[in-house]
Design a protein around this ligand. Sequence first.
Ligand code: SOE
Length: 376
Amino acid sequence: MVGYAFMGAAHSQGWRTAGRVFDLPLRPRLAAVAGRDGAAVRAAAAQHGWAAAETDWRALVARDDVQLVDICTPGDSHAEIAVAALDAGKHVLCEKPLANSVAEAEAMASAAERARARGQTAMVGFNYRRVPAIAYARRLIAEGRLGTLRHLRLAYLQDWLVDPDFPLTWRLRREHAGSGALGDLGAHIVDLAQHLAGEPVTGVSALAETFVRERPLPAGDPGRRGRVTVDDAALFTGRLASGALASFEATRMAAGRKNALRLEINGERGSLAFDMERLNELSFHDHTEPPASSGFRRILVTEPDHPYLDAWWPPGHGLGYEHTFVHQARDLLLAVAGGAPAAPSFADGLQVQRVLAAVEESAEKNAVYTPVPVPA
Ligand code: SOE
């Protein structure tokens, strides 16, 4: 694994747990973790269970005991590490958004394609696909329970930037993060919309804003402020290939909303609604039932027949955010063992990146409708 902060800790937990909960043909061994600060990476290795620590990701990629490289760094290093690891014959898991630009994402998708021909697997870390309730929503849509989709309404709301004195960390600098709430949170809901509907977003109309334009420099420079170079919030509407209409809201400025990833999908035959702050529940309305007795009902997604749940606790005992990373590790290991392509693939990550780029282009022109290139 390269990087060991928030995402590194979450992924480590996924790798440690997957083989103990699920019966898998492959067992992960946490061989080595890389980071630039020697003392910090050694401490992270000890804390998260990695057998060795490296201070250069190139050394990690060169190790014979590493077969899979998990990239948990800021977006500006994803492309270089992923392409090097794939070219060195490793399987790769890369955190989202796949890259900081479409060009980088294209290079990564091409490297993954070449590697696929050699039997390697590459996956992007859109972990929310692995919330059981969301995986179940996908199953219901694929079974036709919603019929033709008309509306997708997605929001991802956080509030950690409401405080104007929150420091100017890497996530607020374009050269490191690529974009702000758009790439960090918007990428998740674009991926979910395309995944759940099973079709791409073909065009967008967007507004974006940076409400707090200067913030305190992170450390060692008391009183000095620097310029925020990414969006605090991005709002956009879009069309899907079938003609369904979608709306998206990604913000880190929604006071009181901590990790509110919400979605509602309306089809001809019914609707689904989900809120990450109640992640064991899915609301479902079956519009084919008699009007007098129909309406949204709450499904507690903890039954053994629900996705991933047969390996966990008895019904009603509930899972959390961290389990999405266990499921991600499980699904990737199954793909590697079976020689099957993993989803979301780097091509899926590239398609999300194209939507993000169109959003930025549209927002610069104050919501001018901007098509998203969709491969034939
Ligand atoms: C920070 O906004 C963040 O950690 C995102 O980067 C993650 O992708 C999201 O899952 C939780 O919030």
